[in-house]
Design a protein around this ligand. Structure first.
Ligand SMILES: [Zn+2]
Ligand SMILES: [Zn+2]
Length: 270
């Protein structure tokens, strides 16, 4: 192995910056929570999703899965913030355009690979035959998810999703240079809020909430049937590019057939 590479890596271990990033993410999430309470549409969605979640938690099996994930979630955070991010961070000033460009690149590169994993490993939508369907099937037990169902999931899938996300950050930082703490705070917050929102039960379909409505409806289409489309999570770009957009009737080559009506015997064949 190239020892210069490892020496360089060790010299770039910035645990303080990783700690600031974690604190920044918590602070932004908390501030965001308080801010959206000022908007009636968000307040209503929050009430609806919290009430639905409360009802679901009355089911012991459901509650057990959520607890299972909280436990593993903490472990993944420690691994990521102590073991990966310290190698990818800088606090050196950067122009705003650079921060915004980095955010865009990280999220879109992640979304591309997530699309592939979701479509070909978690679903049987291609030549691989869906080897990890058994993992992803846990998440798909929810046919009409609410916000908290973004974490109704097999911990192995969380590990893969988060692993893919931080792997993108790590590999991209080798090519693009260390990312600013602010970049990672923004992308992490966007990543988790988009994932949460896709599962939101959302009822408002008017300006300026139309995009939020579309994202929620499209992911609910994905949950409605295990053979549905809409595999990407951050945006609908890759589903549009690869022809897997699902407006509720499947996508080309995997259309939903309406349930065949039983024809009484002797009614004649057409
Ligand atoms: Zn799926
Ligand atoms: Zn989902």
């Amino acid at each position: 192995m190239d020892s210069a590479f490892w020496d360089g890596l060790a010299a770039g271990y910035q645990w303080q910056l990783s700690l600031y990033t974690a604190l920044g993410i918590m602070a932004v999430s908390l501030a965001g929570k308080l801010l959206v309470r000022l908007v009636p549409a968000f307040r209503e969605a929050s009430r609806l999703n919290r009430e639905t979640y409360r009802q679901k938690m009355e089911n012991p099996r459901y509650a057990a899965n959520q607890r299972w994930n909280r436990k593993w979630g903490l472990f993944f955070w420690v691994v990521i913030f102590a073991g990966v991010l310290p190698f990818c961070l800088t606090a050196a000033p950067q122009p705003v355009w650079r921060v915004l460009l980095d955010c865009f690149v990280i999220l879109m590169v992640y979304d591309f690979f997530y699309y592939l994993v979701h479509r070909f490993l978690f679903h049987d939508a291609g030549f691989l035959g869906g080897p990890l369907i058994w993992v992803h099937a846990v998440h798909h037990r929810q046919h009409n998810p609410c916000r908290e169902d973004s974490s109704y999931i097999h911990p192995l899938e969380v590990a893969m999703g988060l692993g893919l996300y931080v792997a993108c950050i790590f590999v991209l930082s080798r090519f693009m240079g260390d990312f600013h703490v602010v970049t990672i705070v923004i992308t992490w917050t966007a990543f988790s809020q988009i994932n949460l929102h896709n599962h939101d039960l959302w009822t408002v379909d008017r300006f300026p909430f139309k995009y939020l409505n579309t994202m929620s409806v499209m992911h609910h289409n994905h949950h409605a049937r295990f053979t549905g489309g809409n595999f990407a999570t951050i945006s609908l770009l890759y589903d549009w590019m690869f022809g897997t957009l699902d407006y509720g009737a499947g996508y080309k080559g995997a259309e939903y057939k309406p349930k065949a009506k039983k024809v009484p015997e002797g009614a004649g064949a057409a």
